[in-house]
Design a protein around this ligand. Structure first.
Ligand SMILES: [Zn+2]
Length: 277
């Protein structure tokens, strides 16, 4: 029995889930398919995607975090912004096992053993350029700089479905306090650019954690959070998270309720209140 599940999102787009509470997306064209993200590397995602399509599969990563990039070592070549290359040092096999154990302790998910987690090995990591067009045959994906959550974060626009795959760049729990995050001011510029240049064409914004499609106004709500924080007018709610890695960090939510806002709107940011710029 497979340790992955697949769900059809229409337009030959499949959401795949395995271990680690994160979704990956397979976009299938006439000539080839693209896998967006690889999860943590527990169980062989390369073999699994080959059961979903007979096209050759290329791998593009939204960013370098271990829960998106960790499975890259199942492949010989992946594409990722080189601005996130330095983050890969935090993606050792032990780092990923520790994270998988954390998820297991929260979610009770246990369909992996340490032997199922891919080892770090020397593979080709090809840089992604802003505006790069990937021709899959009958459809294209365009890579878009969406720096904020990390310096190398990329979104991908699919011209057939109108889906905008945003990784962790913009969601109900957008982490902007991490060592590899940009300033809020920089991130707000990314949001404005995406809003103006891409959102008129987008049918659905697609994220990786907890949800696939999210409400179209998510990008406006997240931009509003950034503006309020920069003006010192946000809710300044204390950030509490089950990941012990974040314990004691100077982090706040912009809006009350965290990932599940009390005002019912979708989209929030967690930021470092000692470094608001
Ligand atoms: Zn991330």
């Amino acid at each position: 029995m497979s340790r992955f599940t697949a769900r059809d999102l229409g337009h030959d787009v499949i959401r795949i889930e395995g271990q680690g509470a994160v979704g990956m997306y397979l976009v299938i064209g006439e000539k080839k398919a693209v896998l967006l993200d690889t999860a943590l590397g527990a169980n062989n995602i390369r073999e699994y995607v080959q059961t979903l399509t007979d096209r050759p599969v290329e791998v593009y990563l939204t960013h370098g975090h271990l829960d998106h990039a960790g499975g890259m070592y199942w492949f010989d070549e992946v594409h990722m912004s080189h601005k996130d290359l330095g983050m890969l040092k935090g993606n050792s096999k032990q780092d990923r096992i520790d994270y998988l154990n954390l998820i297991r302790s929260i979610a009770g998910n246990s369909e992996w053993t340490e032997d199922d987690v891919c080892d770090v090995r020397d593979i080709s990591v090809v840089d992604i350029a802003d505006g790069e067009v990937i021709d899959l045959g009958g459809r294209t994906l365009t890579a878009i700089d969406f720096s904020g959550h990390t310096r190398g974060s990329m979104a991908f626009y699919d011209d057939r479905s109108g889906y905008l795959f945003v990784g962790d760049c913009c969601n109900n729990s957008t982490f902007l306090f991490l060592e590899d995050s940009t300033s809020l001011t920089h991130y707000l510029e990314s949001l404005k650019r995406i809003k103006e240049e891409w959102m008129p064409k987008v049918s659905h914004m697609v994220i990786c954690h907890d949800y696939d499609f999210v409400p179209a106004d998510c990008i406006d709500n997240v931009a509003e959070c950034c503006r309020l924080v920069l003006e010192g007018k946000d809710d300044q709610e204390t950030f509490v998270h089950p990941n012990p890695m974040f314990a004691g960090m100077p982090v706040r939510w912009a809006k009350k309720g965290g990932a599940d806002r009390t005002d019912g709107k979708f989209g929030n940011i967690a930021y470092n209140y000692k470094k608001v710029n």
